[in-house]
Design a binder for this molecule. Structure first.
Ligand code: SDX
Length: 437
């Protein structure tokens, strides 16, 4: 694996931390990133003292230095390559954001055009791959299909398993970004028992996806500009989010030297969990239950406060104030409803729930605010995306972030991820063979 010169510029050492280890003092460097975040660099701790650190869920642990995305949870800041998400959301396209994340700067028009052509060229699946869908039952979960098919794509493109330079990487990224749309749409058509709709070379990234989802052999689906804008925004807002569970998984798997497709397929599985990308589905189920009269807002809040269930779409490991993506998604919901002349009672319920929770001490004390998943499902519902594909939509959006982080780790020649542990099991004892037990 050729290590590329595009290494992450390291954080700077600004001082030292003295730690008293029960009488033995160790001095460790304090490093600072470009946004003033500080860390104690413990890379030499065990070698020098025999000690490790313990941090369940890595709440206090930085796994890497990265130059891709910055999140400030206290101030509700999200920037891709230094560009505020509020600016990006208004004036870019998803392919452009993908290149920004992959290369660290907005692409020149010529390069974006070339990348968009690659996305169009690679939209088809190998016919052998198309037959894989026959084996999935109609009710198969689209996240299972997505993860399985991403690995299967690499069987038909063995060249993609050996990424040796930036051009190869860009080609692999284009193939992945393009084909995940097709896989997602084909899995939907399979679930309906409808023929798969092939991509249309005349359409842009989002319009092509909606075409493959909703066109039929005898009638073309023409999404409105508002619908394309809404899904474009959805993908852009989900494109990256520093070291979240699924992105950290992509880095972890890639750190063993595993190829990009295997690493991204693993990330899809991590995203599937209800505490991560699966939450957008649970938000809608929670709101529908309230709407159908099965539950009142106050009863829901009371059960959450009794810890009988989670308030889905609330809380975040990093954002301890507002998630900047929430207000952009909430506005997009209103824009789509207005453009389509529709309404959705779930939006009213969601806003009411948010108003109650953000004033309730239980949530305020725990710094629980709406996160990206709270309104995103309502937006997808307005476009007609089926509920069981909401997390697949999140995965399509997050694809550039997973690829960019995998590539940054590959360029950096990162060491294999291998956390330590504190053993708390039985101490040494002799094994008694079964005939004497
Ligand atoms: C995403 O990391 C990322 O960047 C993720 C993401 C991305 O773009 O990749 O932003 C996308 O995954 C958003 C999160 C989607 N998940 C949900 O909406 C599920 C509901 N949220 C929770 O499961 C939780 O808030 C997490 C998983 C998001 C964060 O978990 P933490 O950081 O481990 O929080 P915690 O368990 O330490 O919570 C602190 C307190 C606890 O109460 P106490 O023990 O102090 O009394 O807050 C409570 C928790 O019980 N709490 C909640 C809650 N979230 C936390 N109580 C009710 N409802 C919730 N949603």
């Amino acid at each position: 694996m050729k290590v590329n010169e595009k290494k992450v510029s390291p954080s700077s050492v600004i001082g030292t931390a003295s730690i008293d280890l029960m009488g033995e003092t160790v001095e460790l460097p304090i490093v600072e990133g470009s946004e003033g975040e500080r860390a104690i660099d413990i890379r030499t701790l065990r070698k020098r003292t025999g000690y490790i650190t313990l941090d369940d869920g890595y709440t206090n642990t930085g796994s890497c230095e990265s130059a891709i995305t910055f999140v400030n949870g206290e101030d509700g800041i999200l920037r891709y390559g230094g560009y505020p998400i509020e600016q990006i959301a208004r004036s870019t396209t998803f392919p452009e954001v993908a290149l920004l994340l992959l290369q660290g700067a907005p692409p020149p028009a010529r390069e974006l055009k070339r990348f968009s052509q690659k996305l169009t060229e690679h939209a088809m699946l190998h016919e052998g791959l198309r037959h894989h869908f026959v084996g999935f039952p109609p009710e198969a979960h689209p996240m299972a299909i997505l993860s399985a098919m991403i690995n299967s794509v690499s069987c038909y493109h063995p060249d993609l398993l050996r990424i040796g330079d930036e051009e190869h990487l860009l080609d692999a990224a284009a193939k992945l970004l393009s084909k995940v749309r097709t896989i997602a749409a084909f899995s939907y058509k399979k679930s309906l028992g409808e023929p798969m709709i092939y991509p249309d070379a005349e359409r842009g990234y989002v319009s092509n996806f909606l075409h493959m989802m909703f066109s039929k052999p005898y009638t073309e689906y023409e999404p409105s500009d508002e619908e394309v804008r809404a899904i474009q925004l959805f993908f852009i807002l989900h494109a990256d989010h520093e070291q979240n569970c699924s992105t950290a998984t992509a880095r972890m798997v890639g750190s063993s030297g595993a190829n990009l497709f295997a690493s991204v397929a693993a990330a899809v599985c991590a995203l599937w969990g209800p505490l991560h990308g699966g939450a957008n589905t649970n938000v809608i189920k929670m709101l529908e239950k309230i709407h159908e009269g099965g539950d009142s807002l106050s009863a829901t809040i009371d059960r959450v406060k009794r810890k009988e269930e989670l308030l889905w779409g609330f809380g975040h490991r990093v954002y301890k104030s507002s998630d900047p993506r929430v207000k952009l998604l909430r506005k997009a919901c209103h824009d789509v409803f207005q453009a389509k002349g529709i309404s959705d009672p779930l939006l009213d319920i969601a806003q009411e729930l948010e108003q109650i929770a953000v004033k309730d001490d239980y949530f305020v004390e725990r710094k629980l605010y709406p996160n990206v998943d709270f309104y995103s499902g309502i937006l997808l519902r307005a476009i007609g995306i089926p509920l069981n594909m909401y997390t697949v939509m999140f995965a399509i959006g997050r694809m550039p972030g997973w690829i960019a982080n995998w590539a940054e780790s590959w360029r950096h020649g990162s060491r294999i991820h291998r956390p330590r542990q504190i053993y708390t099991g039985s101490t040494e004892r002799d094994f008694v063979p079964i005939d004497r037990r």
